[in-house]
Design a protein around this ligand. Sequence first.
Ligand code: ADP
Ligand code: ZN
Length: 693
Amino acid sequence: MLVNVLLNRLSELMSEQNKKADKPKNKGDRPNPFDMKKNKGGKPKFNYVWIYAILAVVFLAMTFLNPTGGKQVTVDRVLSMVENGDVKKISVINRSRAEIYLTEDAKKAEEYKKDVPESAFSGSNAYTYYLSDIGDYEFFNNQIKEAQKDLPSSSKVVINPEVKENFWDNPLVSIVLYIVVFGLIWMFIMRRMGGGAGAGGGQIFSIGKSKAQLFDKDTKVNVTFKDVAGLEGAKEEVMEIVDFLKNPKKYSELGGKIPKGALLVGPPGTGKTLLAKAVAGEADVPFFSLSGSDFVEMFVGVGASRVRDLFKQAKEKAPCIIFIDEIDAIGRARGKNAMQGGNDERENTLNQLLTEMDGFGTDTGVIMLAATNRVDILDSALLRAGRFDRQIYADMPDLNERKQIFDVHLEPIKVVKNLDVDFLARQTPGFSGADIANMCNEAALIAARSNKKLVEKQDFLDAVDRIVGGLEKKNKIITPDEKRAVAVHEAGHATVSWLCEFANPLVKVTIVPRGRSLGAAWYLPEERQITRTEQMLDEMCATLGGRAAEKVIFDKISTGALSDLEKVTKQAMAMVSIYGLNEKVGNVSYYNMDNSFSKPFSEKQAALMDEEIKKLTDQQYKRAIKILKDNKDKLLLLADQLLEKEVIFKEDLEKIFGQSAADKAAEKDKTKAEKKPKKKKVKEEPESEIEAK
Ligand code: ADP
Ligand code: ZN
């Protein structure tokens, strides 16, 4: 009954608040605490206001409904009360507890006054005394009858037997209630601390369970190695793991130990998850997939318990694969940031993971795969033998691999027959596999929007633009003057980089405004590991080409070159203070030594470096101006074409300037290289002649 009262009150509260939530908001954007926030699934999220409400109700219930209203008395005292005719009613509950209600007159009497409960809730209907145990019911009944035999029948008391589920008397109930209350408080605090990262109300009991997503017979992984393009080396290593899972005996009989885990290392979107899924698909075993951050919760001990649960489940399903994405969330080196505190929980989780990995034998058939893009920050204990001792690299795809990835993702898309995949691969330098997948999808959407039957090359180009530069801003207002300035600026970049041998090769130039930038020149970053001085200088020159062109054509410079200047300054600083490419400053590097408290160099050195940085940028700016002055007519031609077409490709530049400096140099090298072997032959011949002699 009490529970019912509670529930009624709660539902009243809720409906009141729902009404409030339904009202249109009229106070600007201030967040309304009664808003039912929708989470992903569309289910209303438990707002913290509910927690307040529940807490309040539970506390009220516990204070007012607990039988603290009366005072414990003895049987003799009750009998004397009855004898005096002061008792109105006696309720005997469950034949053991008696509650004594006094008459109104008696309540006012001096004798009882102090014992009458005053609580507003108990009111006048409350009992004043109780007997927690009456002993034998019949005997008690007789005693009462005996005691009041002299009283007039009008004021005789009848015993009123009641059967009550005496809920609140049960110690278990109070314990449970306290747990619930503290659970709610705890959840509330954690929610505030964890920024809502915690579980919703219903999940509190499953918090220690692993959140792994399981793919097995029912939800089969149907990714195979065919779906993974490129990554040849990685695939080969991973195939071995498939073999371990398929024929463990083959290895263990020879005394070999099956690896427990492999770490997939590489930048995001390069197909690490895909590769792990392919392993599961090929080996035809269950696949547990989860992210490192799934272990992390503000609650103490939850991470470790989730790890235990994960391994328990995995062992039941063996042979199987556990895949932990972004393992750096738990695997970061321990004890490095002790100052920050709050790391204990993560360390416990990591320790548990290490223990579990040591715990399962190599014949259990559980193989762990984990992905990260930051091996360097992982705890070395994770990388030790018997844990993730293998590292498999998934790098960004190169041109050829990009082509293969396109082939995979173009398969389900209806494209025009003569689509040049090679061209697409060339247009997408620096794209990861995920970017390419995204781009193919985007192209299909763009084509569908204009009601095309097949996806064309232009749709793919639009998709590239969208992915690289954010959404095209058609409505951005630019005056014709501004547009011309942008065209000249971009043409300047293009001209200088075309005429500098070592600048990055140009892919295209555009003056279509996108996102924050008004125009852009895309370069194909050469895939090189070492940059030489002349390459850095040429790049700086090309970067300054935009501003230089404005100067040459309009004799005015603008604010449009902010990001160019930033880039050039960074490059010049790097040359002088990091790579030791400056003669005067010499072979020193202050890489990562610079912090705001103490500089690793003297004031004099600082002044010298400043001077050299300025000299470098000035020199390159002058060089850019000279190049542009010498080619002013071509620069103007290019700017005009840009104004007209908005986008210009490598081929158009070739028409204006002829072969680029880089191509010319490459050709020279080629002819040199062709000559070289001849020379060698000439050299060799006399030698052999000598030998023959
Ligand atoms: P990661 O785990 O490395 O961040 P994912 O494996 O999640 O990357 O890749 C995301 C998506 O990108 C994949 O589902 C797939 O569609 C695509 N993708 C990435 N790399 C490749 C690849 N090498 N071959 C084919 N598709 C790829
Ligand atoms: Zn620029």
